[in-house]
Design a protein around this ligand. Structure first.
Ligand code: COI
Length: 354
């Protein structure tokens, strides 16, 4: 553990919180009073600073802007009825962050800076954790390369930051999804399993095209046959078929190992459902729908938590669902909510005290 004095801490003179209503707040639009910033130079991480949230001064030539060496994480903090703050499974995000760093040829961050820094920052800004239903404090750790050089090579210098955003629901209604057959998100050997910033930028065109046709998001399919489903927008995806839950497996390296995905698998097992992590084709999904066996379909992610799919369109075939009749997705949502807000015992040790 790094001692608190190993972080340079400077506080705001006056909090901005008084100007912001934390109820019904949009996702990712407002930022708390403080942020953490630390530079990587000469082969090591320097002293981390916790300081007032502020713009960065960066040169126009830094390599992240040109070649995209940039990664991030998404984590959430909650408050229980006693006002105590907890962060949901941050060690898992820490591990995944360093997996992304290795894939993008970036330096790994130490557990002390990531975990202790996050804990100190959330502790300092804990008044920013909303207490309203479906609200939380979204924690965004990220790293990018800062060499001022247009040559294409891994940078020698990096910045790691954590910013905090009080936030409401990502999606307000069940999603309408278009099965994507033209554009791809990830290929085996690529960076699909990493939380690389470019994955999200590269997905925007397909999503915009789907939106023009009235959809909220796309369901990504594999690059070779457009047959096997991968992720749903920025989320992992689950299908309840008969009495089983099926989600694409992580084997091909094309899918992000979601922490909500992993939590949902644990909870589905708790509920007694068989969970299959395996390739699942859109034809299997369509056949299950025709046979009346496709009961539910939903996305899982940190930002969106559990997001139900009300409509899934594959070519000319439309699958529509009355989500009000569903049992599993609402149960998962409530179960996760109760653990996060301290209304059920934390039997899986997911809640990390601040
Ligand atoms: C998250 O769920 O935290 C994500 O990374 C999605 C995000 C890009 C909004």
């Amino acid at each position: 553990m790094i001692a608190a004095q190993a972080f340079n801490i400077s506080k705001v003179e006056q909090s901005k919180l008084k100007d912001i209503n934390l109820e019904n707040i949009p996702f990712g639009k407002y930022f708390s009073d403080h942020m953490l910033e630390v530079d990587y130079q000469d082969g090591e991480w320097k002293t981390p600073e916790i300081k007032p949230y502020q713009p960065l001064l960066i040169a126009p030539s830094i390599s992240a802007l040109h070649y995209g060496q940039a990664i991030f994480e998404g984590i959430k903090a909650y408050k229980n009825a006693k006002g105590e703050a907890f962060i949901f499974r941050p060690h898992d995000n820490f591990n995944r962050f360093n997996i992304s760093a290795e894939r993008m040829q970036m330096p790994v961050i130490s557990e002390e800076i990531f975990m202790e820094g996050m804990k100190m920052l959330v502790g300092l800004d804990n008044n920013w954790i909303p207490s309203m239903e479906n609200h939380s404090l979204y924690i965004r750790p990220f790293m990018f390369s800062t060499d001022e050089l247009l040559g294409v090579r891994p940078s020698d210098n990096y910045k790691f930051l954590i910013i905090l955003s009080p936030t409401g629901p990502y999606y307000h209604a069940p999603m309408r999804i278009h099965v994507e057959e033209q554009y791809v998100r990830a290929v085996p050997g690529g960076v699909g399993y990493a939380k690389a910033a470019g994955n999200y930028g590269a997905a925007m065109h397909a999503t915009a095209e789907a939106k023009k046709q009235g959809y909220d998001q796309v369901l990504w399919t594999d690059a070779f046959e457009h047959k096997y489903v991968q992720e749903c927008g920025v989320m992992n995806v689950f299908f309840i078929i008969g009495d089983k839950a099926i989600t694409p497996d992580l084997g091909a390296g094309t899918i992000l190992g979601g922490i909500t995905r992993d939590s949902v698998i644990t909870l589905l097992n708790e509920k007694g459902l068989t969970v299959e992590e395996r390739p699942i084709s859109i034809l299997e999904i369509m056949q299950a729908h025709k046979a009346g066996e496709l009961k539910e379909a939903f996305g899982t992610g940190t930002a969106a938590t559990i997001s139900m799919i009300s409509e899934l369109r594959y070519k000319d075939y439309m699958m529509q669902f009355d989500v009000n009749q569903w049992l599993i997705a609402p149960w998962l949502k409530n179960r996760l909510h109760d653990i996060r807000f301290g209304q059920s015992p934390d039997i899986y040790n997911w809640m990390y005290p601040v």
